[in-house]
Design a protein around this ligand. Structure first.
Ligand code: OVV
Length: 403
């Protein structure tokens, strides 16, 4: 592509350990360089780090397609790392059919039906967290709450067996890593997942899925002819790929946000009905899915900048969510803000199909926390799990101050 196109070329690597650990200085640099930037080490890519262009790209699914992959790899040129997702890595008309099925299975009505059992588990887990916290002086939020909650409630909703569920975390970590370059972070996660890949695919079979669960409902949709029988296990795979690491780390990121903002936590504690906006603002402030790509399927432009067909467009969702042109005091975590238009669930046709369930999980955990705990302190350094796409933790030690 034309080197003299006037697009700034930055010598930054979004996938370096330094930028994965603390992406915010890089975001600011990328936003200030221009509406579209190139990256020296990634010649096939243009990046958008501002809200306006990121939002525009996500809302033009005809030009900026998903079927060539939503990671760095261009599936029109390279073989996909795994058989491509029938929803994430698909365009109309395939995407239309698969999306309709998952969208119905995870509808507002479903959310109403699962709410009571999810709430009960959230309350139970927070009781346990306070007991462990009393006994030991602190807890690892990831080990005690953030990991177990979605692994219980969402995996139960899908209807998969209890034994081996921790395999889902290795799988999700690998899937989100595969959307970046084949760096060490990725290759290490692939090594870890090799022994569990067969287990994951086995769980997608109808015989493994509890009747009436989301997984079985996908198979019922296939029986009814909405999708094919061959597509059903692949759509179950999508739930297993997308539904755990995302919500788990969002629960981590929410506590990270609240722990760094004691006044905001105090507001939440004094009014637990702020749990939902507190979780939403955490998604804006510390977006769990940091980036997704699209692929230009024709010569086009972004913000007047010419973009050649087959260019991978790196959309910096987390950066869009901190764009000062969109958000007053963008770097401030403020649970009184109503951050509508944030990009943490994407936007447009491909916007997170499970977002109502993700919000429910966040709301219920923060509600149960707010009722029991009057303050949160960090109890030692956290450890990050570096991932090419996710903002993730291995451990997040906190001290809960009982109310
Ligand atoms: C949103 C998302 C993330 C990762 C995997 C998938 C979806 C999938 O459909 O497999």
């Amino acid at each position: 592509m034309n080197e003299n196109s006037g697009i700034p070329v930055l010598d930054v690597d979004p996938y370096s350990a330094e930028n994965l650990t603390d992406p915010y200085p890089m975001h600011a640099l990328m936003r200030s360089a221009g509406p579209v930037v190139r990256l020296k080490d990634y010649p096939t890519v243009v990046a958008c780090a501002r809200h306006q262009e990121t939002h525009a790209v996500f809302n033009d699914a005809q030009t900026f397609i998903s079927g060539a992959g939503v990671g760095l790899a261009n599936f029109n040129i390279e073989k996909p790392f795994r058989p491509r997702s029938l929803i994430l890595e698909a365009d109309a008309p395939l995407h239309t059919a698969t999306r309709a099925v998952l969208s119905r299975i995870m509808s507002p009505k479903t959310v109403m039906q699962i709410r009571a059992s999810f709430a009960q588990e959230a309350e139970r887990l927070l009781d346990k967290a306070l007991e462990l916290n009393a006994a030991n002086g602190s807890i690892d939020w990831m080990a005690v709450v953030a990991n177990p909650f979605p692994l219980k409630v969402f995996a139960d909703s899908i209807g998969i067996q209890e034994e081996g569920r921790e395999n889902l975390l290795l799988y999700g970590d690998m899937v989100f890593n595969s959307m970046g370059p084949q760096n060490e972070v990725f290759t290490k996660s692939v090594e870890r997942v090799v022994p569990v890949t067969q287990w994951i695919m086995d769980q997608c079979d109808r015989s493994k899925l509890r009747p009436g669960g989301f997984g079985d409902l996908i198979w019922q949709a296939a029986e009814a002819g909405e999708i094919s029988m061959e597509q059903a296990p692949m759509l179950v795979r999508s739930l297993l790929s997308a539904g755990l690491d995302t919500t788990i780390n969002s629960l981590g990121n929410a506590i990270y946000a609240l722990g760094h903002h004691p006044q905001e936590y105090a507001r939440l504690h004094s009014d637990p009905s702020l749990a939902r906006p507190a979780f939403e603002e955490a998604l804006r402030w510390e977006s769990t899915v940091q980036t997704f790509f699209r692929t230009a399927n024709r010569d086009c432009e972004i913000a007047g900048v010419p973009i050649a067909a087959q260019t991978k467009v790196l959309c910096m969702l987390a950066s869009a969510n901190r764009d000062p042109d969109k958000w007053p005091d963008a770097d401030t975590y403020d649970i009184g803000r109503r951050p509508s238009g944030h990009m943490a669930f994407g936007s447009g046709l491909h916007g997170c199909v499970g977002q109502a369930i993700a919000r429910l999980e966040g709301e219920l955990i923060l509600t149960a926390l707010a009722k029991r705990v009057k303050g949160i302190e960090f109890a030692g350094p956290h450890t990050r799990r570096l991932n090419n796409t996710l903002r993730a933790f291995d451990t997040l030690p906190v001290r809960l101050i009982p109310a």
